[in-house]
Design a binder for this molecule. Structure first.
Ligand SMILES: *Cc1c(COP(=O)(O)O)cnc(C)c1O
Length: 389
């Protein structure tokens, strides 16, 4: 559990003129300088300078040997499954509550996603549910670091090793999260990151794949450019994809990754501001982000799960907050509920369904002020503790 620090009093503010949004980046002189340099000079001899720097800096930061800059987090996940040689007939275990990218990339390979339940406290895949879902066809597990929070990775790696399974971490939202002294993305065989505009570090759109395997790094550098040969120009050895990061985006990404500790500190500060104001509400009203012992969550999205005693349904609360110019995001639907799967597969994932249908991301953009958080928390509290009648 995240420790609560003392709050200072801030002057309460009135309803803001504009909707307070859930996300938004911090762009400084550093980002402008790098991007301007890339626009003016990032061509010909310098055409991939920023990609190389971005990959080195990110690899160093998370502590892995290899990093590839990619077009999206989704593409990093897809590329990982391609590197694992996942094929039709295979099964890949994923948490039921996650972003749809996870199941879609499994479908792209022709394999079958198997949806299992989550731990209601961490919002991440439940290792015991993984054990029950393993069949002779299981080839891989895709744990998701939901909203920057951490799965119990050492248990998951034990299961994977025992059953000879590959692990690709969907650590897309968890850059900067540390679980038991190891960073998100470095526990499994391959880790992935997203730099989409709402994430903790942004490139507009963008992704990265990290691994300690030189063999996978080499094959990925071919696969992400239509299966190109490393020596013979315009020779392609297999059917690949076009997932390579552009230099222009890498310039923005480099500046953000160089500032990642500052961005994590700001996200954690925002969580603290909420936590100071909301943690006295009983747990049957709301629960919030969880942090394991000896770990550090990046608090990408400060979120609340409404408890059984909440006087308002999730959507009622969201509507009331919207009227007060506070934007929120509902949690991802369980994938098994979407029309591609609903009625076609049988699942029993009560935690995924409860958390998904009662979870809300609160405004968490890095530029948020304590006054804004104070306004939001005050309204959440008032709406949830208002006496009937
Ligand atoms: C952001 C995110 C992704 C990847 O997003 P892209 O838009 O493809 O970069 C994947 N999984 C989760 C859980 C995410 O939060």
């Amino acid at each position: 559990m995240i420790k609560k620090t003392k709050s200072k009093k801030v002057k309460p503010i009135d309803k803001p003129d504009k909707l307070v949004l859930t996300a938004g980046p911090s762009i400084t002189e550093r980002e402008r300088t790098y991007v301007e340099d890339a626009v003016l000079n990032g061509w010909n001899f310098n055409m991939d300078d920023y990609v190389v720097k971005f990959e080195k800096t990110l690899a160093n930061y998370v502590g892995v040997k290899h990093c590839l800059g990619l077009t999206k987090g989704t593409h990093a996940l897809h590329l990982a499954l391609a590197l694992f040689n996942i094929k039709p007939g295979d099964e890949v275990i994923i948490p039921d509550m996650t972003y749809v990218a996870c199941s879609n990339v499994v479908e792209y390979t022709g394999a079958k996603p198997v949806f299992v339940d989550i731990d209601p406290v961490t919002w991440c895949i439940d290792p015991d549910a993984i054990k029950k879902a393993i069949t002779p066809k299981t080839r891989a597990i895709m744990p998701v670091w939901m909203y920057g929070s951490s799965p119990r990775m050492e248990e998951i790696m034990d299961i994977a090793n025992k059953h000879n399974l590959l692990v690709v971490e969907d650590s897309c939202p968890a850059l900067g999260t540390i679980y038991k002294n190891k960073k998100a993305g470095t526990w499994g065989h391959i880790g992935t990151f997203s730099f989409q505009g709402a994430k903790i570090a942004v490139m507009g759109e963008g992704g990265a794949l990290v691994t300690n395997s030189q063999e996978w790094d080499e094959r990925a550098r071919s696969l992400y450019d239509h299966g190109k040969d490393s020596k013979k120009q315009f020779w392609h050895n297999e059917i690949g994809f076009m997932y390579e990061l552009s230099n222009l985006q890498a310039a923005l990404g480099l500046a953000q990754v160089e500032r990642i500790e500052e961005l994590v500190a700001k996200k954690r500060q925002i969580f603290q501001w909420y936590w100071q104001r909301l943690s006295d509400l009983p747990r049957n009203l709301i629960t919030m982000n969880y942090e394991h012992k000896n770990s550090r969550v990046n608090c990408w999205m400060t979120s609340i799960i409404l408890g059984k005693k909440s006087p308002l349904q999730r959507d009622e609360l969201r509507r009331a907050l919207k009227e007060r110019n506070i934007d929120t995001r509902q949690f991802f639907y369980p994938i098994s509920m979407l029309p591609m799967y609903a009625g076609k597969i049988k699942v029993n994932n009560p935690n995924a369904y409860y958390v998904s249908l009662n979870g809300i991301n609160l405004p968490s953009g890095v530029m948020l002020t304590e006054e804004q958080v104070d306004y939001i928390a005050r309204n959440v509290k008032e709406l949830l503790t208002r006496k009937a009648g």
